[in-house]
Design a protein. Structure first.
Length: 320
């Protein structure tokens, strides 16, 4: 039960584990990494081009042991299928690799000076699909969602402004009652576009040069991380699934490394770690590949670990 999980999750308290467990914080490449794609000589841990059927099949299998996921599975299945079916035009970003390398060296993510290419028609169509899906599953918000569905038509300028704002800041200007609905629609409207564009530009990204805690491609924050076979840490962008290497120790969001306010709780016999930081009140879900083994797909891990999100949120932590 989520409540029982919540009661157990208390990093930095008895039962929680303090950070600083002697793992190397170096920049070595993981020789035991999974068989990811090879792009420009770089091994990627994540499958950026995925077949949605195996993802859904794996989620169905994992849901058998995750009660909180079972009622939400139909929504996630539809979102994943919709995401794969969206026809995303090429970004056609005129950015020579030398410029990209220079930007990354100075800590600037690749889309920093690019006006988000708001493809009003294509994005409006996705917006309506996501709205319909949300309406079917959030009956209590049906009337509000029905109105929001029409924003790309009846409130286009304001809708575009919010699309841009969300891209640049990750924030949305909305009242308390509708903010969660806005975030849901914005996240799932942007996601298919950013994922596809991130895959397109992946050859330009050399994460050895990237030392930031936000995504080298879109500037988004991580909502998932992975420890490689030597304990090295990779972060996964919550918006586009880009993965990048990041220093091993400390809170990803505020750099806190004080063991009295930063620590983790192991889940599923150490397969996962739920990190919590009392300095910034953020949490991060981490898969430990030394325990989990095999390949992993961020879309599966992000959703299959929903009880860790519930546990952290109920304990007062904030997500991405
Ligand atoms: Zn990103
Ligand atoms: Zn922190």
């Amino acid at each position: 039960m989520p409540g029982e999980v919540t009661a157990r999750f208390s990093p930095c308290q008895p039962g929680g584990v303090r950070e600083g467990d002697g793992q190397a914080d170096d920049n070595r490449h993981c020789p035991g990494g999974p068989p990811g794609r090879i792009i420009a000589g770089k091994e990627l841990l994540l499958m950026t081009e995925r077949d949605v059927d195996p993802v859904i099949k794996e989620l169905q299998r994992r849901a058998q042991n995750v009660p909180a996921l079972q009622p939400l599975l139909p929504v996630y299945e539809k979102l994943l299928r919709m995401e794969e079916e969206v026809e995303v035009p090429s970004l056609e970003l005129a950015r020579p690799p030398s410029t990209a390398a220079a930007d990354l060296e100075t800590g600037i993510f690749l889309l920093h000076d690019v006006e988000p290419p708001i493809l009003a028609e294509a994005m409006g169509a996705v917006w309506r699909q996501v709205s319909d899906l949300a309406t079917a599953h959030l009956v209590e918000h049906a009337a509000t969602l029905k109105e929001m569905r029409e924003w790309p038509e009846v409130g286009r300028e304001e809708w575009l402004e919010r699309m841009r704002d969300y891209f640049h800041t990750g924030q949305v200007a909305a009242d308390d009652e509708t903010r969660d609905l806005w975030v849901f629609l914005l996240v799932h409207t942007w996601r298919p576009f950013l994922r596809r564009w991130a895959a397109e530009l992946a050859p330009l990204i050399d994460d050895a040069a990237w030392k930031k805690n936000h995504c080298p491609f879109c500037g988004g924050q991580p909502d998932l991380a992975c420890l490689g076979m030597e304990g090295e840490r990779y972060l996964v962008c919550s918006r586009c699934d880009t993965e990048w290497r990041y220093k091993r120790l400390g809170c990803v969001f505020c750099d806190n490394n004080d063991s009295s306010t930063y620590g983790y709780y192991p889940y599923q016999e150490g397969r996962y770690r739920l990190y919590g930081c009392k300095n910034c009140s953020r949490y991060l879900k981490v898969l430990d590949r030394r325990q989990a083994g095999g390949e992993w797909v961020s879309a599966v891990e992000r959703i299959a670990t929903i009880e860790m999100d519930m546990s952290a949120l109920q304990a007062g932590y904030k997500g991405s």
